[in-house]
Design a protein around this ligand. Structure first.
Ligand code: MN
Length: 242
């Protein structure tokens, strides 16, 4: 049995039903081989709050609830798109919300889990934006707005972020090597798993004279991306849609 599976950056959105269908099929199928499923952020393209009554939110919540009721553990980290996932979502799905960063014991090793945006320290404008939207007072104000307003704000934010991403050089939006090393030293680990950059790979490198690895999860755009951690270590797999 696979000890743990990792996914992130599904960016589930009513506009891309193939990704949602692939995720629901994954939960009902391959994910049941694992004792623990970790979702490392941006499961949703946007999360307006746990009171979302739209079909996508209801469908995904019900599927995760069925998964955890089946005896599988599920842990969910918030990403930069679904940072408003909250306690009601956790209660309804049976999933545990993880802080970012978080160190998990996986197959006898200590593994640092992050969404990944905290490591993109070269993107100063993004880091300023991140600290603003993570302000709990601002979040409370936003959650008090009518759902339709929050949905409209989410759509506008996505348009802005797409325009910005198209103007940024690749290097700026990738992780910073010094930030990676610092986060791993702080956590006292040689293994890191993160998403966010949509550049799936397993990087081997030297951390203070020891062999370290950084596994990067892929986005679920043209296909799914899954990291399976078995007795042999981590391996990336892609999952075709439909
Ligand atoms: Mn992200």
């Amino acid at each position: 049995m696979t000890s743990a599976l990792f996914i992130s950056d599904l960016h589930l959105d009513p506009a891309r039903p193939q990704a949602t269908a692939a995720f629901l099929a994954f939960l009902a199928g391959a994910a049941r081989d694992a004792a623990h499923l970790y979702i490392l952020g941006d499961l949703f393209e946007f999360w307006i709050g746990d009171d979302d009554d739209q079909p996508l939110a209801r469908e995904v919540t019900a599927a995760l609830a069925a998964y955890t009721r089946g005896g599988h553990a599920c842990s969910v980290m918030r990403g930069n798109r679904d940072f408003l996932l909250g306690p009601r979502f956790a209660a309804q799905t049976g999933a545990r919300l993880l802080p970012d960063p978080f160190v998990a014991g996986i197959g006898g090793e200590q593994v640092l889990l992050m969404h990944g945006d905290l490591l993109c320290t070269d993107d100063h404008a993004y880091q300023r934006y991140r600290s603003r939207v993570n302000d709990p007072r601002l979040q409370r104000l936003f959650l008090a707005l009518p759902r339709a307003w929050r949905r409209a704000a989410g759509a506008e934010g996505r348009r802005r972020s797409r325009r910005r991403a198209a103007q940024q050089p690749e290097r700026i939006t990738d992780v910073n090597a010094a930030a990676v090393a610092a986060a791993m030293r702080r956590a006292g680990v040689l293994r890191l798993v993160h998403g966010h950059t949509h550049r799936p790979a397993i990087h081997a490198f030297d951390l203070d004279g020891r062999a370290a690895t950084r596994a990067v999860l892929g986005a679920w755009y043209e296909q799914g991306s899954v990291l399976a951690w078995t007795a042999a270590g981590p391996a990336l797999h892609s999952l075709s849609f439909g």
